[in-house]
Design a protein around this ligand. Structure first.
Ligand SMILES: *[C@@H]1O[C@H](CO)[C@@H](O)[C@H](O)[C@H]1NC(C)=O
Ligand SMILES: *[C@@H]1O[C@H](CO)[C@@H](O)[C@H](O)[C@H]1NC(C)=O
Ligand SMILES: *[C@@H]1O[C@H](CO)[C@@H](O)[C@H](O)[C@H]1NC(C)=O
Length: 882
């Protein structure tokens, strides 16, 4: 092989082998270029043709066309990569009957009749070469073509076996047309026609396309042909046998200004631009554009590339936990500190533009880098004598790289029990406004934003469609379930106390959720900790019902706790949700599966076969169960494995994990009722009595799961973001307050800042999902932080982990040629206002911005430290947009 190549090289006029220089580090052992190359600097370099010739595998390479390899003085540097597969770019093929096609690089395109010429090989090349190798080399170019920068001319070479092919495609030829010609050439090459050109020297536009193939030893001739086209010439046709035929080509339709330019002048301009200058360093223009060498259309357009990553390594300042003593109603400590956490799960930085504040001891806002959160402070004055009616401040943010803006306002509403208010004004993004009650002393109001300018934004001021997984189906469909992130609820059915057992369980110490399973599903939850027991009458124990139960220990002699929703209600709530919101995968981990007496005593009553059968009968009432699934652990299956089932309606997964004895059935696989062990997961309960240690312990656990590289200890990880306070404390301050004041809000600053594309739990399990103000559990009073965080972690964070997500982040701009307007169901434009009292105004006047003051009073402080000496009109007051 090697000798043969040497012989062929010798036939390249006077070419010197002494130039061989080797760049071994990037080369594979077979001498071929590395298949990867998302980073152009990682293309394999060859400094001699001999080295290049050693590789028989298909590759694409660039070559300075002005410095012919046949010239002995040429210092050769060839950059090459081997495409993943030589697949034709079928999606680029132009429908010849269509006269509307994407713009060419911003310019409108029009179809023109083109006479294309082809020639047989013999007259042009010296060595024999297999027709199929020429065709195969051309297919490499075709696969690679769409990956190139969509503007400017294209010069590309490819090698396959002993054949090389070179392409020149003018800047004004639509890539899809160039691709169509390359495909035509592939067919022609099989008949022995190794050259094809559409050459237009009289056009003002650069519309030439030329393709020339030959044996590797003819590389000099191939290069010379491409040089001719590059420099504005045509290959002369007289005297050769040739065919010609007419096709439609899509080219830029030149604007009127261009038409006035004389052909000659434009031609000259093009020449100067394209030609490189003798033996000076390689000019960029005379090379193929250096872009990812991978797999054609899917290659560049859809590939996740590390260099596209937007996740910032910069972390904002640490926030503060709400001290638990403030939960105690007996504690009347005066504190004016309020926090506003802003979570940025977008590829854009949120840049603080300006602020003003009045009677704030501290008004500390700052930039929020991509993938991070910042807990900002509005410290209402504690100065004696200040009239709190006047306390206010505004912080204006720009979403960098876009024309979108948003504003946070700290304001008051007196008299009211909740007299401090935070207004989240997203009208500058077309996403509405919401007035929040500050939920408690030193407890944050939270705003989560995900999406992007190109994708559309999704924000937490209100819930979007219930079937969020379906909404990002394209993003998560190929990810394993253990690489999907979902909200979860703890003691899920305990949204009310139904009092079926005589025990001390009352709402403050036993109720763990504010909304039922149907609303939890709408609020985004996909993992449920459902504890089902039978409650038996005394003394007639054969009279029993199935209830959600929350007790200290279901196997205790005397259980302590209470019952929540009935199993019948849970089943109908699930069915209502899935009927309205098809396409999800929902996991119910069902525990307990044991009986207790309505007057708890005498220990547990294990279920017999009759109760188990009755229980299975009720579970069979759940729609969209997924029977007979593969033996592969569920966490290892792709999301689409579940979401595609039941005709695309998805799966409700029932995973039993209770106290069933060995002599009763533990599953009914044919009914979609499984044992929990079909799924591998780790469920870490910190069992700690305060928010900060809980947060530290959970975060440490997330970091133990490898989410990239070797994926060491990668697993489906349930994070229980819950505090376990003792019964006295919970009775006093309530599980609800512990959840919504210090604990859940910490997830959004402390938790988020400890997540990254490579670090996260799968289930974000909380108490009181969706609830942000005590007792406000009406659907319109809820807030969508958890919903938006769950979506944003999948959409933004994991999409930037190229070891998991091979496709390009959906949030990044798409190359022009492939932009198609796709309606994103999760991001609906809406510019209404939600008031703290629950009133919703869908189309408020553009000038209405609750909490914005007209007058900036003397004493108002700006971001730059300037303090106003006298009153002035708020310059933002009259702005309509924001
Ligand atoms: C070639 O392109 C590189 C990368 O874009 C640039 O840094 C360099 O200045 C260019 N060289 C010339 C001669 O234009
Ligand atoms: C709710 O608040 C808004 C704005 O303060 C007010 O216009 C509206 O009348 C209130 N609605 C109710 C029902 O109190
Ligand atoms: C500080 O900011 C205010 C408001 O943006 C502006 O009017 C003022 O000129 C600034 N002062 C200085 C010293 O830059």
């Amino acid at each position: 092989m090697r000798h043969q190549n040497l012989a062929l090289l010798a036939s390249l006029g006077g070419f010197s082998l002494a130039q061989a220089g080797v760049d071994t580090p990037l080369r594979q052992t077979d001498g071929c270029p590395k298949p990867f190359g998302s980073d152009p600097s990682q293309w394999t370099q060859y400094r001699s043709l001999e080295d290049l010739g050693r590789c028989d595998k298909p590759m694409v390479f660039d070559l300075d066309v002005q410095n012919l390899v046949s010239n002995t003085d040429t210092h050769i540097i060839i950059r090459a990569c081997s495409p993943g597969r030589g697949k034709g770019s079928s999606s680029m093929v132009v429908n010849a009957g269509s006269n509307s096609i994407a713009d060419n690089c911003g310019a409108k395109t029009k179809p023109v009749k083109a006479t294309v010429q082809t020639w047989g090989s013999t007259a042009r090349i010296s060595s024999s070469v297999a027709n199929n190798d020429i065709s195969s080399a051309a297919s490499q170019i075709d696969a690679y073509l769409p990956s190139q920068a969509s503007c400017g001319s294209s010069i590309t070479f490819a090698k396959s076996g002993n054949a090389v092919v070179g392409l020149y495609a003018g800047a004004d030829v639509h890539r899809a047309s160039a691709s169509a010609l390359v495909q035509m050439f592939q067919a022609q090459a099989k008949d022995g026609n190794f050259m094809l050109q559409f050459c237009e020297t009289n056009s003002a536009a650069d519309v030439t396309v030329g393709i020339f193939g030959g044996a590797f030893s003819d590389l000099g001739k191939v290069q010379d042909a491409v040089k001719t086209w590059t420099n504005g010439g045509c290959i002369q046709t007289q005297g050769s046998s040739s065919d010609s035929f007419d096709i439609d080509l899509f080219v830029s339709s030149t604007g009127s200004s261009k038409r006035t330019e004389s052909n000659a002048r434009r031609r000259k301009h093009a020449l100067n631009k394209r030609a490189s200058n003798g033996d000076t360093p390689v000019a960029n223009d005379s090379r193929a554009s250096l872009v990812p060498c991978d797999t054609g259309v899917e290659g560049l357009i859809d590939k996740c590339r590390r260099e596209d990553r937007t996740y910032s390594t910069e972390s904002p300042r640490a926030g503060s936990y709400m001290p638990w003593y403030l939960l105690n109603p007996a504690n009347i400590a005066a504190t004016g500190k309020q926090y506003i956490t802003i979570v940025n799960l977008t590829p854009h930085r949120f840049k603080l533009d300006h602020t003003h504040s009045y009677q704030m001891d501290e008004f500390d806002f700052g930039d929020i880098p991509q993938g991070h959160a910042r807990q900002n402070t509005a410290h209402y004055t504690e100065r004696a004598g200040a009239n709190p009616v006047d306390d206010n401040g505004e912080a204006y943010f720009n979403i960098e790289g876009t024309d979108k803006r948003f504003v946070i306002r700290a304001t008051t509403h007196i008299p009211d029990h909740y007299w401090r208010r935070t207004v989240v004004d997203l009208s500058g993004m077309g996403m509405g406004q919401r007035e929040y009650l500050d939920p408690g002393k030193e407890s944050p109001v939270t705003l989560v934003i995900t999406g992007s300018n190109d994708y559309g934004f999704i924000t937490s001021i209100r819930h979007g469609p219930g079937n969020w997984m379906r909404g990002i189906y394209d993003v998560i469909k190929d990810r394993k379930i253990q690489h999907v992130i979902m909200p979860g609820t703890h003691d899920s059915g305990m949204s009310r106390i139904s009092g079926k057992i005589a025990s001390i369980g009352i709402p403050s110490n036993t109720q763990t959720q504010g909304i039922n399973i149907y609303d939890q599903l709408r609020a985004g939850a996909r993992w449920f900790d459902l504890r089902i027991a039978t409650v038996h009458k005394v003394p007639n124990e054969g009279d029993y019902g199935f209830w959600v139960l929350h007790v200290n220990d279901e196997k205790a002699e005397v259980v302590i706790g209470n019952s929540g929703e009935s199993l019948d209600d849970v089943v109908s709530e699930i069915n209502r949700f899935t009927a309205e919101n098809p396409g999800e995968v929902i996991f119910f981990r069902v525990r307990y599966l044991i009986g207790v007496r309505e007057v708890p005593s005498l220990g547990p009553m294990y279920w017999g076969k009759d109760i188990v059968n009755q229980f299975f009968g009720k579970l069979k009432g759940v729609n969209n169960r997924c029977p007979n699934l593969d033996a592969t652990p569920f966490n290892q299956q792709k999301a689409s494995y579940f979401m595609d089932r039941n005709g695309g309606k998805g799966c409700v997964m029932l995973l039993l994990d209770g106290d069933l004895t060995n002599d009763v059935p533990h599953d009914s696989v044919g009914d979609g009722i499984y044992e929990t062990k079909r799924m591998d997961f780790s469920d870490t309960w910190s069992n700690l009595p305060d928010t900060e240690p809980l947060a530290n312990s959970q975060v440490a656990n997330w970091k133990s799961a490898g989410r990239s590289g070797q994926f060491i200890n990668d697993r489906f990880l349930i994070s229980q973001w819950l505090v376990s306070a003792d019964a006295v404390t919970t009775t006093l301050v309530s599980i609800q307050n512990i959840a919504i004041l210090p604990t859940n809000p910490a997830l959004y600053w402390m938790g988020v800042n400890n997540m990254s594309p490579e670090s996260w739990p799968n289930v974000l399990m909380v108490d009181y999902i969706g609830v942000v103000v005590n007792g406000q559990t009406g659907w319109d009073q809820l807030s969508a932080e958890m919903y938006t965080l769950g979506i944003g972690m999948n959409l933004y964070m994991v999409s930037e982990n190229c070891d998991i997500s091979t496709q390009r982040s959906p949030l990044l701009p798409k190359p022009k040629a492939l932009q198609n307007v796709k309606v994103n169901m999760l991001s609906e434009p809406w510019n209404g206002i939600i008031y703290a009292n629950g009133t919703v105004q869908d189309t408020p006047p553009l000038t209405l911005h609750p909490g914005r003051v007209r007058l900036l009073k003397s004493g108002t402080r700006f971001l730059n430290g300037t303090v106003l000496a006298k009153d002035m009109e708020n310059p933002d007051y009259r702005s309509t947009e924001i």
